[in-house]
Design a protein around this ligand. Structure first.
Ligand SMILES: N[C@@H](CCC[C@H](N)C(=O)O)C(=O)O
Length: 282
């Protein structure tokens, strides 16, 4: 039996394993079984906390500087570069296990080293430079009356953000099936459907639903919230720099931070460990 934890950040939920020496190496089939909500533990994805030194290829790519590596897998067993909600839950796990000082933590990921800080009520993470990409794929989703153009956004993992007319249209979408893109994105993409809610003071507000690559519709997606905030800010002419993103599972905040290599996103939100147990799946 192998010890696991279950955690969530705004309803984006994860099975978590602490595997400092990288001995578990779950197969895609085991990931699917762990994340299965009826036959397994259940989760939108699996996060394995491993010492970076135990993963030589990642240690080389990162060039040092992060003691811990967040190995993220989607519920369908596929590997993803980054998880914005997951990195906060990862930090909470290291904190509760007494494995790291999370007041100021560097986390290795497949999308580079991310800086995480403990803040009141959760964590804030610098997800790195966010890039708006050219090309506007047409997006079709069940319940969407017409195909709409989407904005591609690279947050270390791939996103397409689509503006939806209003809250009623957002609520009517059926995201049981993946939205279709034309042209299609090889390898798949996370799709965020957003309704701008206006600007209050210096804070922009958006409401969002998301269909995640490899997981289906989830209650929240942190990198998706960043993509949605950056796309909406772009459509609004480049301001403001603070965004409140309302998702079905709660609220996260995105702050734009100008750094030498471009505009970075700080993502802030809650993170909880909700359950611990042992599994026979691994
Ligand atoms: N839920 C995550 C994103 C997880 C990975 C994503 N499904 C992908 O395949 O890129 C988040 O909070 O960012």
């Amino acid at each position: 039996m192998v010890a696991f934890a279950k955690g969530q950040g705004t309803g984006n939920d994860f099975v978590l394993l602490v595997d400092p020496a990288g001995e578990l190496s779950p197969t895609p089939e085991q990931v699917v079984a762990l994340c299965d909500r009826r036959f397994g533990i259940g989760g939108d994805g699996l996060i394995v906390a491993t010492r970076t030194e135990a993963m030589p290829e990642h240690e080389r790519a990162l060039g040092g500087g992060a003691e811990w590596f967040m190995d993220y897998r989607n519920a369908d067993g596929s590997v993803a570069e980054m998880c914005g909600n997951g990195i906060r839950v990862f930090a909470r796990l290291l904190e509760q296990e007494g494995l790291a000082d999370v007041t100021d933590l560097q986390v290795g990921t497949r999308a580079g080293i991310k800086h995480v800080r403990a803040v009141d009520g959760g964590f804030s993470a610098d997800l790195g430079a966010v890039r708006l990409e050219d090309g506007e794929p047409l997006v079709r989703a069940a319940g969407l009356p017409v195909a709409r153009p989407g904005q591609r956004v690279d947050v270390g993992n791939p996103h397409v953000v689509v503006a939806i007319a209003d809250d009623a249209e957002l609520a009517a979408l059926d995201l049981h099936t993946a939205p279709e893109l034309e042209p299609a994105t090889p390898g798949g993409v996370n799709v965020e459907l957003v309704v701008p809610q206006g600007i209050a003071g210096d804070e922009g507000r958006i409401r969002m639903r998301v269909h995640e690559r490899g997981s289906g519709e989830t209650l929240s997606c942190g990198t998706g919230a960043v993509a949605a905030a950056f796309a909406t800010r772009h459509w609004a002419g480049g301001a403001p720099n603070r965004w409140r993103v309302e998702v079905p599972g709660g609220v996260v905040h995105v702050d734009v931070d100008q750094q030498a290599d471009g505009e970075h996103a700080w993502l802030t939100g809650p993170a909880e460990i909700v359950y611990r147990g042992e599994t026979a799946i691994l």
